[in-house]
Design a protein around this ligand. Sequence first.
Ligand SMILES: [Zn+2]
Length: 174
Amino acid sequence: MPDIRLTVGSTLVLNATYEPLCVVSVRRAAILVLSAKAVCVSDGDGTLHSVRTELPVPSVVRLTRYVRVPYRTHVGLSRRAIFARDGGRCAYCRGAAETIDHVLPRSRGGAHAWDNVVAACARCNHTKGDRTPNELGWRLHAAPAAPKGTAWRVLGHRTPDPRWSDWLNLPEVA
Ligand SMILES: [Zn+2]
């Protein structure tokens, strides 16, 4: 195993078909390259030094052999992920969101699920209370749904390296 001392940062891994697969540590990516399991597609900043060799920091690597990966199609429902999906904006007034709101309140049987949670500002959340948007005559900016697309599958709510953008269909920022 090569002695890679620089371990900061992360690397996007593409399948042999150039399809984005996952994000790994720079160290893990360097080991893939040095063991010929992957080739570097895009260099990052700097150079990695091992005992016997030097290697540009890999920003994007591509596997030399195709692997079948059981994709995690389900994006975990977390506060960070909800804020990321909603662009940090309140679903009701489009102001800066600070809280998570259940569209159909939990007290009335609303599920804690992607299609029933939205980011909301504290004022709208407080005003809404245990009511539904319909009861208040409010309109949702968009119907909430589970996030889709390559970027979400690969990144979750991680902030992508700009160098990866050629390989990911990044969602538009709201
Ligand atoms: Zn609001």
